[in-house]
Design a protein around this ligand. Sequence first.
Ligand code: PAF
Length: 273
Amino acid sequence: MKIISNPIKLKNYLKTIDKTIGFIPTMGALHEGHLTLIREAKKENDFIVVSIFVNPTQFSADEDLDKYPRRDDADKKICELAGVDILFFPHVDDIYSEDEVSISSPNIRGYVLEGFTRPSHFNGVLTVVNKLLNIVNPSRAYFGKKDAQQLNLIELMVKQLFMNVEIVAVNTVRDVDGLALSSRNIYLSKEQRNKALLIPNSLNLASNLIKNGELNSKNIIQKMRDFLDDLEILYIEILDREFNQIKNVKLKDTIILVEVKVANTRLLDNLWL
Ligand code: PAF
């Protein structure tokens, strides 16, 4: 595995590769969720590039940028063992300069749900993903369904900017207890983790309600709210795949999204129907 930190060097190197390139952008602290993205990418592409870059522009001043878990040595080993061909490991100065062109997230879809409580977040995500895709120029790029709004906005950016890459959505990976894997889970104490398990359980509750014929979004959301009463709920929404609110669940065209705060840790999860 080659480790490259200079974007131009990487771009020039990749120009010489006459293979399909699968790309997995990450912020490091790699876990089984990332490994699943890598495995999916390996099934469909001949050459695999992973990036590790804790992107400062997607954190606001009061967020956890300084505390964000960094496990550089372990991450390099994990990538090597997973059969990654190139690990792109840039420094902030390799990606950003002082006077920056940046991408804005759309005024509606970028400012609801997570974008409502973190207004500049998706500008940062889209800007860095745009840069990374331009550097790597992959055939396909892989993103987890856990970050459903991020995935939706990246798909929208690729479509609206006529970008030449296929975005592949990969199912959420869960721990044995049901909690969706996230690099932020390490912030949770044992007691907080137990509380956090209410999140996947609230989605199971929704799934059971739907199986028993309850399709009304308002009723399902209210039952989930009651169930999650002990936690600080940031939002619970029932949307179609285009991210429009829907009065009734439509099978094969619905996502139930939930975000809560456990202590200071924001935890996202969702159910795709
Ligand atoms: O999902 C993430 O890890 C990040 O938001 C991403 C897509 C790597 C952009 O920094």
